[in-house]
Design a protein around this ligand. Structure first.
Ligand code: BGP
Length: 473
């Protein structure tokens, strides 16, 4: 056995989001998932929607006490635009929402847990989609910035750590390319504009933060799913496919957020294909000037790409980024079969190296990592506890590669698991469980899993013991 010592003051925590935990109690507006559920409950696993989620709106004190027991020293959640803002045009706030978020922040601080707040976790108010086309619209960008300003004015006296979006590429892919989030559109041109507008919104929110932040240690960043894209083979065509996929999936937001510019190569391709976003010199200047101070990196699985096997004429619409690459499922790899995601911990090392070598070694943390399985009650033991040893192994294997990267100089300051408590997971609802703490969604009874005790030791000692076997995976 080897003991791996992590830096002191490392963030040992977990991440979740407002729409996945709070429930819809007293909410002013419906977000796109609330609306999707109201209209098409069949889109959701077992017809279970976001109405109650994990009842954080009512249970937050008890939930935060459980998070404390699990040893979390930092927790990310998000402020729901659809809860905080009553009038989406004028930006008047909802007083119950202000009371709720103040109470939540104070409760975290009372428990010595650093609150980390994100502003947008896929949860656009649906009215803005129907009225203006959602993220296709620059007016919506400005309404988002007004919402962000309210958050900074109200809460930045006590909250030092802020993030503008969670995984903006998932908004693009889910809503505008691959139909796994409402509005389920397939339109590459719209997807390109949505991606640009999300970046613009992030940069404008950062500019607002610099004016309004009240915290002496206040910082702002973005959470990206910065997933390496490995070519299926060493052939030139597969390498070109993986290169484009990397430009589109990773570098679009990463280069703009960290370096202040979109990759020229990507802009050239989109221009040549006549699908480039509408922009202006002023907007590009805003993006240039308002880069992030740090980054959150979500990592679950690697991406693999191969050259498209069919001509782009066979695409369902005029243009899709898949003109240049196709997802490749490698045979014989380790899989989380419940989610269909490959398990490849070494990718975390590759991510760290990429940030170190290509992005000035900007400070970052693992803002989501984790493994959700279905029917987790199969691990329920006679002692009444879920013995999720598989989750502990998954965490250890990833921490091993993170440790190696830190040893080689990676500027990583924390590790957040998805999620502190089992939560509502979009259309998958409660199918796959990710938490250190389990939820019975019928009774809302919550209990620590075995991994919560493991995580507490990890956090208290800032170190783990790992076997040769676990290191080799
Ligand atoms: C990330 C999201 C989270 C969470 C997680 C697990 O991409 O940021 O919100 O949902 O994935 O995925 P899923 O809920 O689809 O199982």
């Amino acid at each position: 056995m080897t003991r791996l010592e992590f830096p002191k003051n490392f963030w040992w925590g977990a991440a979740t989001s407002g729409p996945q935990t709070e429930g819809r109690f007293h909410k002013s507006h419906a977000n796109i998932f609330d609306y999707d559920f109201d209209k098409f409950p069949e889109h959701f696993w077992h017809g279970i929607g976001p109405d109650t989620a994990s009842n954080f709106y009512n249970d937050f004190k008890q939930d935060i006490a459980l998070m404390k027991e699990a040893g979390l020293n930092s927790v990310r959640t998000s402020i729901q635009w659809t809860r905080l803002i009553d009038d989406l045009e004028t930006g008047t706030v909802n007083s119950d929402a202000v009371r709720f978020y103040n109470d939540v922040i104070d409760e975290f601080i009372k428990n010595d847990i650093r609150p980390v707040l994100n502003l947008h976790h896929f949860d656009l108010p649906v009215t803005l989609l129907h009225r203006y086309g959602g993220w296709e619209s620059k007016h919506v960008v400005d309404l988002y910035v007004a919402f962000a300003e309210k958050c900074f004015e109200l809460f930045s006296d006590r909250v030092s750590d802020w993030f503008t979006h969670n995984e903006p590429m998932v908004v693009v892919e889910g809503g505008y390319l691959y139909q796994f989030h409402y509005p389920d559109i397939v339109d590459g041109r719209k997807a390109v504009q949505v991606a640009y507008n999300l970046q613009l919104a992030s940069s404008k929110a950062i500019a607002a933060f610099r004016k309004l932040n009240k915290h002496p240690d206040g910082k702002i960043g973005i959470v990206l799913n910065l997933t390496p894209n490995y070519p299926a083979t060493n052939s030139e065509s597969d390498q070109a496919a993986a290169h484009f996929a990397d430009l589109w999936q990773n570098r679009l937001f990463m280069d703009a957020s960290v370096n202040g510019e979109f990759p020229t190569e990507l802009v050239d391709i989109l221009t040549r294909d006549n699908v480039i976003w509408q922009t202006s010199n002023d907007e590009l200047e805003t993006i240039k000037k308002n880069t992030v101070e740090y980054l959150g990196v979500n990592f679950y699985h690697p991406n693999r790409a191969q050259a498209p096997r069919y001509s782009s004429d066979s695409l369902a619409v005029d243009w899709l980024p898949n003109k240049y690459f196709e997802a490749y499922d490698k045979r014989g790899v380790r899989m989380n079969v419940d989610k269909g995601w490959e398990i490849y911990p070494k990718a975390l090392f590759d991510i760290a190296k990429n940030i170190q070598e290509n992005y000035g070694n900007i400070p970052w943390f693992v803002s989501e990592n984790g493994m959700g399985v279905s029917r987790e009650d199969r691990y329920l033991s006679e002692d009444g506890m879920i013995h999720d040893d598989y989750r502990m192994t998954f965490i250890k294997e990833h921490l091993y590669y993170l440790y190696k990267a830190i040893e080689e100089g990676a500027n990583c300051f924390g590790y957040h698991l998805w999620a502190p408590i089992d939560c509502f997971s979009w259309r998958n609802s409660y199918r796959n469980r990710y938490g250190l703490i389990s939820v019975n969604y019928h009774t809302q009874k919550k209990s620590l899993k075995k991994s919560a005790h493991f995580f507490r030791t990890l956090s208290e000692t800032s170190s783990i013991e790992i076997s040769e076997f676990e290191m080799k995976k």
